[in-house]
Design a protein around this ligand. Sequence first.
Ligand SMILES: Cc1ncc(COP(=O)(O)O)c(C=O)c1O
Length: 269
Amino acid sequence: MNEEALVSATELLTMEKEMCSYKSEVLPVDSTTNVSSRGKAALSPSLPYIKSFYKCLDNPVHPVKNPSGYIALCVAESKLDCKKVLAERLSRPSVGKQVFLDDDAYNYGDFRGLFKVRQVIAQFLEEFFLKKSASSDGIIDPNHICIGSGASSVLGHLFYALAERRDAVLIPAPYYNAFENDMKQIAGCVPIPVYMKDCTLGPTVEELEEAALQAEQQGLTVKILLITNPNNPLGVIYRPDTVLHAIEWARKRKMHSIVDELYALSIHD
Ligand SMILES: Cc1ncc(COP(=O)(O)O)c(C=O)c1O
C-alpha cells in the first residue's frame, strides 16, 4: 500500500467514526453494498448538523399550527420570497420568450456557461462590486467567468483543481461548518482554522502566518486560503484592506485564494 492510499484509509476511518453516531438514522448504508469506499463515504454525510437539520425539516415551526416545532438555525438560508420575484419575472412574456426560445440554451456550448449569461454577470459585478457606471464598463472579461451550480459544488471543484490530496486550506474561524465537507469529500484537503484576536475584524497577516506555520509543522503543504466575506456565521463584512493584505500574503506564499461572497449584497432588516 503506498503512502497516499494509507492516508486515505486513515481519513476514511476517521470520517466513519465521526459519522457513526447518526449514520443509520440519516442514510442506512448496507455493509454488503458493492460501492467503493469513496461512494460509502459520500453516502454518509460528514456534516455534524445534518441530523438536527432533518429533524427540523420533519417538524417545522409554525406560529399557529405548530408552535412547538423547530427552527433550523444550522443553515444560513436566504428566505427571499422567490416565488413572488422569480415566478413573476420568468412569466413575463418578453422574458419567457428570451429564456425558452434561445437555441443556445438547449445544446452543447461553452462549458463555462452561456456567453450571454457570463456577460450579464460581468456587468452585474462591475455595477455592484466595482461600482462602475455603465459608461466605464468592460473591466471584467466574461471569458474570466465560469458558472457552476451551487456554491458547495463550485468550491468542491476549486479544491479539487487547485490542491493535492492532504494539502491544507486555511480558513479564518469561526467558519461555515460545511466547508470541511466541501474540501474533504472529494478533494481530500485538510481544513486548518485561523484563530484571530478579534474575529470580527478578519485575519491579520501575522495570524495567517502563524496558522500556516502550524500546519507546516504537521507536515502539511498549505495551498489555499479560503475567506468568506460577508462572514458566515458572524455576519460581519471585512474591510477591503484586510482582504487585500490576506490575498497579497497568500500570493507571496504561492498559495491560491478563494473568496466566497455568497452573502454579498444581502440586506438584513
Ligand atoms: C458561506 C457559504 N458558502 C457556501 C454555502 C453553500 O451554498 P450552496 O447551497 O449554494 O451550495 C453556504 C450555505 O449556507 C454558505 O453559508
